[in-house]
Design a binder for this molecule. Structure first.
Ligand code: DP6
Length: 341
């Protein structure tokens, strides 16, 4: 039996409109849109052979070491996709992954890790079956089943996931490329200020579940739809003011939803709030298009056009670095999505 290897790199992504709440088989409660990152990525190498008698995951290494927790998660995932990826019943697999960012940096790694694995699986399917049609869509579909936000990492620049009215090809089952953006959104930076590298106090899975009985569930759905409409339009027009307003509104809404769920979670730290204050004052004073977003943790993502990179870095060094854990931040930017190596 021939042994073959597929290797790829796949990045993390940062959501502008947040996916928060799900139903059925990993379907999103509301649509979301994200920027694909470049520097925070996973490299995944899958060695495979067709073996109907002895299929399954034979070994898993993370950063060159066996890792039973990750291995179990992948085994479970592979079992769960046999209906949409029947090839899994005849594949013997060895998987090796590593991340470009430290595991303990407080940066979510499931989007890059799961999209990397699923991108390799989609490539393998196309090699075995000789069908190269819709590989990205299939990779995104499988990534969604592994970890919702991972489905957006496959694509370059920007991706949206979930049905919304102004996009006729949008789907709840996989993400798609968002292409209609203004020149000024071509080169965008995301500098991630590490406020705390501790593992977060609430898993995203629990957070999503808590949206089910949430008192603001219905209004959140409406708000997300409206925010999608407004932010995609602002990105089309190159209207950074409106873009930034929605970006920050989404970040604070996500945290407001966590604070007001039952049980309630406060993931922001005093340092996160100091950073918000300083960014807003800096923006007012200098008119620099610098905005923040936040995921389900205390770290701050600073989003801005490349054109103001120097001014923003000076501001980070002089005013914001002191709020970061050991002065740590990660410089990232818009990226190209999953790529075969
Ligand atoms: C706050 O994709 O990690 O980052 O589907 O349960 O794996 P699961 O959740 P996950 O949720 C991430 C939510 C978020 C917002 C976003 O990326 O849209």
């Amino acid at each position: 039996m021939t042994i073959k290897t597929v290797k790829c790199t796949s990045p993390s992504n940062i959501a502008f409109v947040k996916y928060w709440g799900k139903y059925g088989r990993q379907l999103p409660m509301n649509p979301s849109i994200s920027m694909t990152l470049k520097n925070c990525h996973t490299v995944c190498e899958v060695t495979y052979q067709i073996d109907d008698k002895n299929p399954g995951l034979k070994s898993f290494q993370f950063e060159n070491e066996e890792n039973s927790a990750f291995s179990e998660r992948i085994e479970k995932f592979l079992e769960s996709i046999s209906d949409i990826y029947p090839l899994v019943n005849s594949l013997s697999l060895e998987v090796k992954t590593s991340n470009s960012f430290p595991h303990s940096a407080g940066i979510a790694s499931s989007a890059s890790a799961m999209s990397a694995l699923c991108f390799c699986l989609a490539q393998i399917e196309s090699e075995v079956n000789g069908e190269s049609d819709k590989i990205l869509e299939k990779a995104s579909f499988m990534s969604r089943l592994a970890s919702g936000s991972a489905c957006r990492s496959i694509y370059p620049d920007y991706a949206s996931w979930g049905e919304y009215t102004s996009c006729s090809h949008s789907s709840n089952e996989y993400a798609s490329l968002f292409t209609e953006f203004h020149e000024s959104f071509k080169k965008v930076k995301d500098t991630i200020l590490i406020v705390s590298s501790e593992t977060k106090g609430v898993s995203s899975s629990l957070g999503h579940t808590l949206m089910n009985g949430h008192p603001f569930k219905d209004s959140r759905k409406e708000q997300a739809l409206e925010n999608m409409r407004v932010i995609t339009n602002a990105m089309k027009l190159g209207d950074w003011d409106t873009f930034g307003e929605i970006l920050e509104n989404e970040a604070l809404t996500l945290h407001a939803l966590m604070m007001t769920s039952n049980p309630s979670f406060i993931l922001l730290k005093p340092e996160s709030l100091s950073i918000i204050d300083k960014i807003r004052s800096f923006r007012k004073k200098t008119k620099t298009p610098l905005y923040f977003t936040i995921d389900a943790g205390p770290n701050m993502h600073l989003i801005y056009p490349e054109a103001v990179h120097k001014d923003v870095m000076n501001f980070i060094e002089s005013d914001l670095k002191e709020h970061c854990e050991n002065g740590k931040y990660i410089e990232d930017e818009i990226g190209v999505g999953s790529v075969l190596l």
